[in-house]
Design a protein around this ligand. Structure first.
Ligand code: CP
Ligand code: NVA
Length: 299
């Protein structure tokens, strides 16, 4: 039987994703140290980029569920010396129960999934960051209930997080309003596939009008460090600040996957203010991924 993978939010059905969110909330509310559905199971984690939240949440989650996580850096494995992905996927998946990758090219994850005999999880690529969306959706559901029919505003770069928000709009049935500089719009195919769920606005204030949730991310993602100065100019008018939040509903939440740059994509006033749920969001990486691991390899 082919394993299930989580390379994108589109790998699971809407009903499966929704069940996962409810399961994550339940796991968080009733932590039972004796519940160890992953006893004896091993997760291999391949990191080609830095990470705090993703690494710690997967590692802690595996430990809490009775399993083990292996941290693998390309520097120390043959992956960094050019061993073919196909061979690596076959070999690694013959020894572990699940593989998580954080890498540059999205195709690295999909190729791994194609040749792996165990589930493959996308821990972030240049194109998508679906694990973060599980945590974000869990946070919204906890704070405000179901997100179906709500309006979410994305401000800033049309990046991996933006793409996963577009896919989330399809899967969780909300409207996504996007404000981004013209040269930094999200991938057109991902936008087109979302149809009427996504709309573009000229300014952050226009995009935030009537929003239930406002989200942003860094202006320069991992791998774009050299573009930082150029991007600071291009994104100057795309900061989430008090004026932008004032355009949203009074009870709108603010989210950011972190790490954040106060004074760039978000003002300190907003990220450290009462509408911000960024630290609940970060903690929920743990609970949401435990639900994901249980779903993929816990039965
Ligand atoms: N949000 C997120 O993925 O954080 P890390 O880069 O620290 O894993
Ligand atoms: N867009 C950011 C997200 C970091 C969690 C990046 O790819 O670096």
């Amino acid at each position: 039987m082919q394993p299930r993978h989580f390379t994108s939010l589109l790998d699971l059905s809407s009903a499966e994703l929704r069940a996962l969110i409810h399961r994550a909330i339940a796991l968080k509310q009733h932590r039972d140290p004796d519940y160890q559905p992953l006893k004896g199971k091993v997760l291999a984690m391949i990191f080609e980029k830095s990470s705090t939240r993703t690494r710690i949440s997967f590692e802690a989650g595996m430990a809490q569920f009775g399993g083990t996580a292996l941290f693998l850096s390309p520097r120390d494995t043959q992956l960094g010396r050019g061993e073919p992905l196909e061979d690596s996927a076959r070999v690694i998946s013959s020894m572990v129960d699940c593989i998580m990758l954080r890498t540059h090219k999205h195709e690295t994850v999909t190729t791994f999934a194609q040749y792996s005999r165990v589930p493959v999880i996308n821990g972030l690529t240049d194109l998508k960051h679906p694990c973060q969306l599980l945590a974000d959706m869990q946070t919204y559901f906890e704070q405000r209930g179901d997100i179906a029919g709500k309006t979410v505003t994305w401000i800033g770069d049309g990046n991996n997080m933006c793409h996963s928000y577009i896919n989330a709009a399809r899967q969780f049935d909300f409207q996504l309003h996007i404000a981004c500089p013209f040269d930094y719009r999200p991938n057109q195919a991902i936008v087109d596939a979302a149809g009427q769920r996504v709309a573009f606005f000229e300014s952050p204030e226009l995009a935030a009008a009537g929003a239930d949730l406002v989200v942003t991310d860094v202006w320069a993602s991992m791998g774009q460090e050299e573009e930082q100065k150029h991007r600071e100019v291009a994104f100057r008018d795309f900061q989430v600040n008090a004026d932008v939040m004032a355009a949203a509903h009074a009870d709108a939440l603010f989210m950011h996957c972190l790490p954040a740059h106060r004074g760039e994509e978000v003002s300190a006033e907003v990220i450290d203010g009462p509408q911000s749920v960024v630290f609940q969001e970060a903690e929920n990486r743990l609970h949401a991924q435990k639900a994901l691991l249980e779903f993929l390899i816990g039965r």
